[in-house]
Design a protein around this ligand. Sequence first.
Ligand SMILES: [Zn+2]
Length: 320
Amino acid sequence: MTASAAGALAQQGPRAPLPPAREGRSGGTGSTSYQMEVTVERPVTGKPYQGKVLAAIQPHCDDIAIFAGGTVLKLIDEGYTGYLITLSDDSMAGAGSSYGEIVWKNEKDTLEVAKRLGCQDALFLNYPNHNFDAWPTVEIRARLIFLFRLLRVDTVLTYDPSALYEENPDHYVAAKAVESACWMAGSQWDYPEHFRAGLKPHAVTRKYYFARGPQLVNRVVDISKYMDQKVWANLANVTQGPAGNRGAALRERLAREGKRLALLGDDNDTANRQYTKYFALSRDRARGQAYGVEFAEYFHYIGPDDSLEEEYIQKYSQPL
Ligand SMILES: [Zn+2]
């Protein structure tokens, strides 16, 4: 180094470290590694999220309750206003005597799930179950952009658009539509007719993505405090899903075989609750124990885009 170069460097004051690469997303600011730093999100006191809005977005009536029900309950308890948005007509899954009856029963269940999760409202987009991949994603995205602007959604919870080994097209098509709608809703050029109707650009800045396959998990939410409420929400899905009346059915089957499980208690209500907590949602216990809490949900979390830049400027900027 020449003497003049050393002098120029000295004038810059203390050297700031280079900004860390952000591995949570692509976009030119990192994403060079699969080594994710995991944050355990714990319960907080008070209502720090008062005024914030979340949308829990699911293709089918049981998705949110199974994979993110505890986190939805937690965020609403901490101040969020919540909406449950269901994208399919749920016509292809569950018990019923006909196509029409299955749709009707699943719709009723979903309304009850929304209520038990503490959501303000439940909205239905009614796309054909199992066939989202035959539908233009751009149309699903456009409807979501409208809802994000209308409801002023800050945070979404939905399937992970990376969708490794996901076999249900509804899950990955929905995830892709949500992912693109989140940033496009903030654009002043997309769907300008919305602004004539009084809406404003409004980007979704926080995303909690869950998955059925392998995932880049960087957020573990401690839902221990909300586990019994999560069980209660899952019990509302009686037409389809892993909870419903399965505990009672198992208890009755065992009785016919002359057996009983102490875990399932002495009545059908207890059997349903216990079955759901210890069998249907057993992954929550395994995931919690891996991080030293009783029950947890896993996510790939993406936070606000500009936080790193602002944080760096505040810490290291110097007067001219
Ligand atoms: Zn599903």
